[in-house]
Design a protein around this ligand. Structure first.
Ligand SMILES: Cc1cc2nc3c(=O)[nH]c(=O)nc-3n(C[C@H](O)[C@H](O)[C@H](O)COP(=O)(O)OP(=O)(O)OC[C@H]3O[C@@H](n4cnc5c(N)ncnc54)[C@H](O)[C@@H]3O)c2cc1C
Length: 386
């Protein structure tokens, strides 16, 4: 079996790598990261950068050309995502990964024509409105309601953990349209224009040092035309969309970056000959390669027209657990120097290792935590009882 990319795919990787290296200069890193948000990319820069990605043709490479896509295999999207993560570039999020993939799979022709070309041009940011204060792992418990009224639905409720809602033009929203029992029925999916009257966004700080959001909908009108899939049958749309989400989150560029960073540090410190460290780095390198292969396995299933399910949970679990191993190894290697911030004498990597250790805690919860993901693999993959 040949695991290598084709010559054309290698050339594409080189092209994306050159593009990102040229764009994300040291000066850009210095000026466009927000120190008040733990060095996250600034909002306006992220939006402008996404438009550049669109202009370069990098968004939606695997979608049909009719909807502004590149008409190529999904493997190109994975290569692009891997390079974006490796370069820690801004803009690789739900707006250009799983929301458009879910729209392609479940949207009407009119919805695809309305949104996909704009997404491909990098013009739109999205937030995903699934979670609520009492609906996280048990998502079907959601309470936000959408009530039909003429040719609209009227949405009222609260969403929690609303990543980047403050910069979103649209929300991919789950709301209850039918009876509460059985609770997986009676849920529908909507596209909500964030400029609609009745939407309020709250901010709150996180342990990672950046701001998160909660969104309140007070009698927000959503046209019928923005219902995705059938009324009361949104659960299957959500499940399909979550598989796309996990596939996107499994992109392996982060762990490749973490490996190269630790290797460079060990080399700089003259510690590459240290047998204990060498053994640890070799184990991590093996894990990173495993995560990379899992991600490309998912890409190749998509490229062959399949809809991987539990496989996406395996890939995302493998990537995120590997990233956590790197986080811990980084702290251990840097020892007492790990918590030092940029500019302090002895500081390494702008204090990123410690910041990422806190940041990546969310890997254990978001998009189905480690426990939930294992449950999916056990139930759907291995056929074990619930
Ligand atoms: C940084 C971050 C960003 C997020 N972004 C978004 C977003 O943009 N949009 C959105 O809709 N949501 C978002 N979420 C929400 C995320 O999907 C939820 O955190 C997740 O679904 C878990 O829900 P919960 O936090 O309420 O934890 P709970 O559901 O209360 O779970 C608590 C713990 O119990 C475990 N647990 C729960 N049920 C079971 C079970 N049946 N078996 C075994 N273990 C179980 C969980 O794994 C977890 O460890 C985000 C979360 C974070 C942390």
């Amino acid at each position: 079996m040949d695991f290598d990319l084709t010559a054309d795919e290698h050339a594409f990787r080189d092209e994306v790598c050159a593009f990102l290296t040229a764009e994300l200069t040291e000066a850009v890193w210095r000026t466009e990261r927000d120190p008040d948000e733990q060095g996250q990319w600034r909002r306006e820069f992220t939006k402008a950068f996404r438009r550049k990605l669109g202009a370069a043709g990098y968004i939606g490479m695997g979608w049909p050309a009719a909807y502004g896509g590149g008409g190529k295999s999904r493997v190109y999207q994975t290569i692009f995502a891997e390079e974006m993560e490796y370069h820690r570039a801004p803009g690789l999020d739900r707006s250009i990964t799983y929301v458009p993939n879910a729209l392609l799979a479940f949207g009407t022709d009119a919805q695809k024509a309305e949104f996909l070309p704009r997404i491909a041009r990098g013009e739109l940011s999205w937030f995903v409105g699934y979670s609520e204060p009492e609906a996280g792992s048990d998502l079907a418990n959601l309470k936000a309601r959408a009530v039909p009224d003429g040719s609209d639905f009227v949405v009222t409720g609260q969403k929690a953990f609303s990543s980047e809602a403050h910069m979103a033009e649209y929300c991919w929203l789950a709301a209850r349209t039918g009876p509460v029992s059985p609770k997986h029925r009676g849920i529908s999916m909507f596209i909500v224009d964030m400029q609609s009257p009745g939407i309020r966004i709250d901010r709150y700080p996180t342990l990672a040092g950046w701001t998160h959001h909660a969104v309140y909908f007070d009698a927000v009108r959503v046209p019928d035309a923005h219902l995705v899939g059938e009324i009361d049958r949104g659960w299957s749309v959500i499940m399909g969309a979550i598989d796309f989400e996990r596939a996107a989150l499994a992109a392996p560029g982060l762990v490749a970056f973490q490996l190269d960073r630790l290797l460079a540090h060990a080399r700089e410190q003259g510690r590459l000959d240290d047998p204990v460290l060498g053994d640890q780095l070799a184990r991590l390198a093996t894990e990173a390669e495993g995560a990379r292969l899992m991600s490309y396995w998912i890409a190749s299933l998509h490229a062959h027209g399949e809809m991987p399910q539990f496989e996406t949970s395996m890939a995302v679990l493998c990537k995120r657990e590997t990233a956590r191993l790197f986080d811990a190894a980084g702290l251990e290697m840097l020892g007492a120097f790990a918590p030092l911030r940029a500019g302090s004498p002895g500081a390494c990597f702008d204090g990123d290792i410690e910041a990422e250790y806190r940041d990546h805690l969310y890997f254990q919860f978001a998009a189905g935590g480690f426990d939930i993901t294992r449950n999916v693999i056990a139930h759907r993959g291995l056929g074990l009882p619930r």
